[in-house]
Design a protein around this ligand. Structure first.
Ligand code: NDP
Length: 332
């Protein structure tokens, strides 16, 4: 079977030598309270750039020679002694970039796919992306009906859910994304009030149309965050969800306009979705209802084959994906 390991730490952008594929004999045996999982799908996430950086963070860095960390879906193909799982069970877990993984029972989640929803949604709207949108908006943004909500990285996996939940909560939603096609999808399919293309030469001028903002759900950081700091309403809230524009930087950019946080009595707060796991089931149930009745829409960008993971991951940094970027590893 194949697995992909970290080969070297990139200084800036991910390089062809960053990862290495290994082929190993399929002699994996689950021990007590363990299972052997055949991986079907893997999620590609901007956070992976952080996992391969040798710095203190909310998870330890992936070491050189270790299987690259990744969340995925899979099927139990063998159960060890005393395992609570049975062969054929659909599961999610941090399998990593591999075709097969031995996992402890306690490190996988059984998945039951609700009516009107597909298994793959558990890597997107019903997985960490959708839940990040849900809890970020609920706990960090303090969004109220009538607020002006701005979302960056809006056509991505997290951003597209934030936009839709924002509309559902009665906000006026402004979106920032990197192409005319993405902006059209956001306005026509997801119902955002206005989407702005930050790669347009007239972006800064165009953006003034949004007026002043009550809530900013920030996925990108950098220059866009700095610009938004000059466009805050009094009492504005900024949820620092991510800063993808800075993940490949050797030295992340400082903010020039942060003093407006004082004059506008604004709040800027980071958060990590892992702190909300106890509340996941209820949120998943609510979002699954939205998917099933069509009120929450989603798009997948599917890449075929585990060996494509290292070339697909940089797509997140060039904006090649609309919606959730996933790798299909084997048939469900
Ligand atoms: P996306 O599906 O949004 O993919 C990333 C997108 O970011 C790209 O499609 C691209 O779209 C945009 N982008 C890339 N580079 C830049 C740049 N320099 N400036 C502006 N936009 C850029 O990824 P996710 O939805 O998985 O993640 C979105 C954010 O949420 C990330 O920052 C991630 O780290 C964060 N996150 C945080 C979590 C938490 O617990 N706090 C949990 C999960 C995710 P475009 O074409 O528009 O440029």
């Amino acid at each position: 079977y194949k697995r992909i390991v970290l080969n070297s730490r990139p200084l800036a952008d991910i390089e062809p030598t960053t990862f290495r594929t290994e082929t190993l004999p399929l002699d994996l045996k689950p021990g007590a309270r363990e299972v052997l999982v055949q991986v079907t799908w893997l999620s590609l996430d901007p956070a992976m750039r952080g996992y391969i950086r040798d710095v203190r963070s909310y998870l330890p860095p992936v070491q050189i020679g270790e299987t690259m960390r990744a969340q995925g879906l899979g099927v139990v193909v063998q159960a060890g002694t005393d395992s609570a799982l049975t062969v054929g069970q659909l599961v999610s877990g941090p399998f990593g970039w591999t075709e097969f993984a031995v996992m402890k029972d306690k490190n996988v989640e059984k998945i039951t796919v609700p009516e009107g929803v597909q298994a793959l949604d558990f890597l997107n709207t019903l997985g960490s992306s959708g839940l990040t949108a849900y809890f970020g908006l609920r706990d960090v943004c303090d969004l109220k009906r009538g607020d002006k909500l701005l979302v960056s990285g809006a056509a991505g996996s997290v951003g597209s859910v934030v936009c839709q939940l924002g509309k559902r909560a009665g906000a006026t939603v402004y979106a920032i994304a990197g192409s005319p096609d993405k902006c059209a999808w956001l306005e026509k399919e997801l119902g955002v009030d206005k989407a702005f293309n930050y790669k347009s030469p007239t972006f800064r001028q165009d953006f003034k149309e949004a007026g002043f903002i009550d809530v900013y759900f920030d996925n990108v950081g950098g220059d866009i965050l700095d610009m938004v700091l000059t466009r805050l309403n009094k009492g504005a809230r900024i949820a620092l969800c991510g800063a993808i524009s800075q993940y490949n930087a050797t030295k992340p950019k400082g903010l020039q306009n942060y003093l407006t946080l004082i004059s506008m009595r604004a709040k800027l707060q980071g958060f990590i979705i892992l702190d909300y796991t106890s509340e996941f089931p209820a949120a998943i149930e609510e979002m699954a209802r939205g998917l099933a009745d069509g009120s929450i829409k989603r798009k997948f960008h599917i890449v075929e084959g585990l060996e494509q993971a290292p070339v697909a991951l940089p797509m997140l940094f060039s904006g090649g994906n609309t919606g959730k970027l996933v790798v299909k590893v084997s048939e469900e």
